[in-house]
Design a protein around this ligand. Structure first.
Ligand code: 13P
Length: 282
């Protein structure tokens, strides 16, 4: 069942847990996410990252119809979301293709330009009946599913008062905030700034989103969910699990066997992550 981000976040708020948001750059990863969600009978966000196109992965126009088809047929609520959209035309194309939610990532811009662009996209997304996520502060290196990122750089974390003003002025549905998580593999243990997250949660009235979910401990997950995180973006470890499943295979002559093994490996990892986000342990 295809739903918006706003609808899915209401389900998370009612249960005081978090919804997993997983990338689907190819058919194996899309099926892994949908089948995991159906097996756990849990809502999920299936997302396409703009940056994945630069890595030679599927283009938005290629994956969108399949993402929407799988979401529509799924037995659980599924939001089809555009992750880290950085330019207006691209986001608008995603809305034309039928995405029920988009993220505008203005984290490389100054506060005023981020606010101005987010407000423009808010108006457009409302016309499509789609949800909007935006970001205040920065998670450092962008979504790339594989590289290493700097950690614990407080200069780029979300300022709670600015986040409140931004959310009120733009009318966004969800706010991505930076408090110590980064995309890709961590080069040293992340030290999450829980006091900052708590403050953001006390001031910002929309659900909060945590990016950089791979490599965060289960204890830290429990805390961030307690302090208001309602969506967790997670891809690096899922992709790593797919690769590990392929590496553990008996030699095969057929590519289709590889794809099935990768799908199963990713599905297992997605299910384990979702259980943590549901606060049920692994
Ligand atoms: P990871 O790289 O930690 O899996 O995070 C993915 C993400 O935040 C996508 O937006």
């Amino acid at each position: 069942m295809l739903v918006t981000l706003k609808e899915i976040l209401k389900l998370a708020e009612a249960k005081k847990n978090a919804i997993g948001c997983f990338n689907g750059p190819n058919l194996a990863s899309m099926r892994a996410v949908i089948y995991a969600a159906e097996e756990l009978n849990e809502p999920v966000v299936l997302t396409h990252a703009q940056l994945h196109e630069d890595m030679g992965l599927c283009k938005m126009d290629e994956v969108a119809p399949i993402m929407l088809y799988l979401a529509d047929k799924a037995k659980v609520p599924v939001c089809v979301h555009l992750d880290h959209g950085t330019d207006l035309d691209y986001i608008k194309r995603g809305l034309d293709l039928g995405f029920t939610s988009v993220m505008f990532d203005g984290s490389a811009l100054d506060y005023e330009s981020n606010l101005a662009n987010t407000s423009v996209i808010r108006e457009i997304s409302l016309r499509y009946g789609a949800s909007l996520e935006a970001e205040v502060g920065s998670m450092g290196a962008r979504e790339h599913g594989g590289g290493e990122s700097l950690v614990n750089d407080e200069n780029i974390y979300t300022d709670p008062e600015s986040a409140r003003d931004f959310a009120e002025a733009t009318g966004i549905d969800a706010l991505a905030c930076a408090f110590g998580t980064v995309h890709g593999f961590y080069i040293k243990e992340p030290k999450l700034d829980f006091a900052r997250l708590k403050k953001i949660h006390s001031l910002v009235k929309v659900p909060l989103v945590m990016h950089g979910g791979s490599g965060v401990s289960d204890d830290d997950y429990a805390k961030v969910i307690e302090y208001g995180i309602r969506k967790v973006n997670y891809y690096t470890y899922m992709a790593k699990a797919g690769a590990a499943a392929v590496a553990a295979m008996e030699p095969t002559k057929f590519y289709h066997d590889i794809e099935v093994a990768a799908m199963e490996g990713m599905k297992k990892d997605v299910m384990a992550a979702m259980k943590v986000f549901m606060r049920q342990g692994r």
